[in-house]
Design a protein around this ligand. Structure first.
Ligand SMILES: C[S@@+](CC[C@H](N)C(=O)[O-])C[C@H]1O[C@@H](n2cnc3c(N)ncnc32)[C@H](O)[C@@H]1O
Length: 217
């Protein structure tokens, strides 16, 4: 186990987990630093972006963007489009801005400090939406997903990712998480669901779906 992994386990046992839900202050900076560098975190974010099939002119939104690892990969692919990152943590938005400073300056990445419960300042439509290890933290997630559906164009894609971080998590924990995400997406009206798995420890799962015409009814 690497020094970073050992430090993380210690930190988790001493109350650090809350900092991944709403990073703030010095602890929040540390949480963002870890999320931006932990190998499994970077790998699952890049993997999820690859699955989302982002095209050069796409408009993409990431909910709960944290320190902006996926935003960087999204901006690389949507190099003639726009990427919007949303997070309720001002500390995370600052880190995401630093990580993506050239694309922010060029107007290709836009960052918004807001909870997913209040997306009224976000203008659609988007071609694709992404949320990595964050849906489990949202209040009334089905309602949140319905609002995201309204921001997507017809046929727009969504990818929800989970890599369970609870102690003792196994492949069965990840499979259960995928089932939960699929249930939420179905209840919110998304269609054409399928699940992909990345072989990490524990595995990361990504449930992909589309907003079809009647998804927001
Ligand atoms: C575990 S971190 C994951 C960050 C990033 N997606 C990644 O994988 O590196 C969860 C993120 O979701 C954000 N978050 C949690 N609940 C939120 C909410 N209701 N509205 C907006 N952001 C939220 C947190 O601030 C945090 O940055």
């Amino acid at each position: 186990m690497s020094v970073l992994e050992r430090a993380l386990r210690w930190w988790g046992r001493h109350g650090g987990v809350a900092q991944f839900h709403r990073p703030s202050g010095t602890g929040g900076h540390v949480a963002g630093w870890i999320m931006g560098r932990r190998a499994s975190n970077v790998a699952r974010n890049r993997w999820a972006v690859g699955l989302l099939d982002v095209q050069p002119a796409d408009r993409v939104i990431e909910l709960g963007c944290g320190p902006g690892v996926a935003l960087a990969a999204l901006a690389d692919r949507a190099n003639r489009g726009t990427v919007v990152g949303v997070d309720h943590s001002a500390v995370m938005i600052r880190q995401a801005r630093r990580r993506n400073r050239a694309a922010v300056r060029a107007g290709r990445v836009r960052l918004i400090t807001t909870p997913v419960e209040d997306l009224c300042g976000v203008e659609g439509p988007f071609d694709a939406a992404l949320a990595v290890n964050t849906v489990g933290m949202w209040p009334e997630p089905v309602e949140r997903l319905r609002e995201i559906a309204r921001l997507l164009r017809t046929g727009g894609r969504i990818a929800l990712v989970s890599q369970p971080r609870c102690p003792g998590a196994t492949a069965a924990t990840s499979a259960a998480a995928a089932g939960e995400l699929a249930g939420l997406l179905t209840e919110a009206g998304f269609e054409r669901l399928h699940t992909e798995t990345l072989d990490l420890d524990p595995p990361a799962v990504c449930v992909l779906a589309r907003r079809m015409d009647h998804a927001t009814a």
